[in-house]
Design a protein around this ligand. Structure first.
Ligand SMILES: N[C@@H](CCC(=O)N[C@@H](CS)C(=O)NCC(=O)O)C(=O)O
Length: 307
């Protein structure tokens, strides 16, 4: 019996929308565990060793952090239809990395310039610490002109990629690049409504956004968090798909390491290095609730240091 694919996510999360759409593109069945939008995340920590962002994908006792790696892992397990059509992995990864890093915070702040006053004060305060950003309505309104400048610059590049009636960013078929480019704009439109839609250069993007949305979310089934933790406890981590001693900086398997994101929320995650290569790092983490788990991170966007 294959292990279920479990996504620890919340509906409001744009990065989770990227993965939900990847399940849709591939027509997959998956299980949704709802996580809180802010700390504490008591049912997530035993799986991730301290990584708190959304989403996280769990398959048995293997835990995949960050959507860059989550999409790559989904592809490995279900190659068709591909998230990297024509084998253009590098192009899709690089486009996704650029577009998320340049549009996520401006798009979120544009949305909070409309709905910031409807969000709980604790959420705004928490994000000030976690993201070093003030998403209150007043601050977001003050920042709106700059965020519009930023988004117009980057969205115009997306529009250029779609020129001449190209259906998706890489051509005729949707790819991981489309999902990465889509979800931040999705968030701004969904939460900012007509005010945000009128301020963004969406005309050339609307048909493309409809095509991406039409991918859907595959078959979603809800799962209680406790069941996901029991699944991890009952399972053994899989043999990693990357070599034990492939770390380019000389870290060796078995060595205690600390992994942290290189942008916001740099909480350290500790474990023993299991395997690594140029694109992925796997560490082993153990605790009483789930036993041993392998936690996987992409190399891009994370730092790994000897403990
Ligand atoms: N690079 C990460 C970014 C993930 C991210 O920043 N997610 C947001 C939600 S969309 C988050 O975790 N916010 C804080 C939280 O949920 O605790 C990825 O691709 O997964």
């Amino acid at each position: 019996m294959p292990q279920p694919i479990i996504l620890h996510h919340y509906d409001f999360s744009p990065f989770s929308e990227k993965v939900r759409l990847a399940f849709g593109l591939k027509g997959m069945e998956w299980h949704a565990v709802d996580v809180p939008v802010a700390m504490p995340k008591a049912d997530l920590m035993p799986l991730t060793g301290g990584y708190r962002r959304a989403p996280v994908m769990q398959i048995g006792a293997d835990v995949y952090c960050d959507t860059l790696l989550i999409l790559r892992e989904i592809e490995r397990r279900r190659p068709e239809p591909s998230l990297y059509p024509g084998g253009r992995h590098g192009l899709a990864h690089a486009l996704g990395y650029w577009v998320e890093r340049t549009t996520f915070v401006p798009a979120a702040a544009l949305a909070t310039s409309v709905i910031g006053d409807q969000l709980p004060t604790e959420f705004i305060e928490e994000r000030k610490t976690f993201m070093n950003h003030d998403f209150s309505k007043e601050a977001s309104l003050r920042e709106r002109p700059l965020n519009l400048q930023r988004l117009h610059a980057h969205l115009s590049w997306l529009a250029q990629m779609l020129e001449g009636g190209r259906p998706f960013l890489l051509g005729d078929r949707p790819s991981a690049a489309d999902l990465a480019a889509y979800h931040t704009i999705w968030f701004a439109r969904k939460n900012g409504g007509p005010t945000v839609e009128a301020a963004l250069p969406l005309g050339p993007l609307l048909g493309w956004m409809d095509r991406v949305a039409a991918l859907g979310h595959g078959t979603r089934r809800e799962m209680p968090a406790g069941e996901a933790l029991d699944i991890a406890k009952a399972a053994e981590p899989e043999a990693p798909g990357v070599p034990a001693d492939g770390d380019p900086s000389g870290l060796r398997a078995g060595q205690e390491v600390v992994v942290s994101a290189d942008d916001r929320g740099r909480d350290p995650i500790r474990g023993a290095l299991v395997a690594a290569d140029a694109e992925e790092v796997v560490i082993r983490h153990e605790n009483g609730r789930v036993g041993a788990v392998h936690i996987h991170f992409p190399r891009a966007g994370f730092e790994v240091l000897a403990a």
